[in-house]
Ligand binder design. Sequence first.
Ligand SMILES: [Zn+2]
Length: 207
Amino acid sequence: MSSTAPAARQQAPPSDAMLIGAITIALLADLPPASLAAALGGVLVPAGIAAGVVAEVAGLVATPVNMRLAGGPASIYTAASEPSRRAAYILAASRRVEAGGTIDAERTFMRQHLQAARARAGAALDVDAAVTANGTLLGWRSRRDAHVDPICARLDGTNFDVTRPPGGYPGQLHGGTCRCSAVAPFGANSRREPAGAGLRGGAGRLG
Ligand SMILES: [Zn+2]
């Protein structure tokens, strides 16, 4: 029911979310490298990235995304989020190189991106171990020291449903510096049912 004319819609630049979505689709197609580079070009060149930059970045991101949908629920949920994370990296890397960043610097960023993905997978395995021990309702436990991030401090002592993580799992938040862990649900003896959002204590949906 939009009154926007098709011509005007075409002129609006695609949002980052749309670009990341399109790149994610290209990644999920599991294309051979040359075809992936062409698909990335189809998305990024119209968005203002030079074809040469796309080719360089495409060569850099040839490492397959971890999409192994196996293991427990936290591993599956985490693996499912990796293609869009890689897509966000590809968009950011393309813009950095387009703006004059070196491909050498990007090699470092790509290594960090891969390390972060491995760390997310490791944290997910820990959460799945907690699921095996406690079931799908788990407690969020921070280190409770002076360095705890405000988001983790708010999550500390709450329960979460492993199928609806509050923005990520313990150990995965804020770029992988999260030191939290999944523990047995708090208040297990007098546990009241979480009110829909899976978080105890009326915190609502915390992103
Ligand atoms: Zn944390």
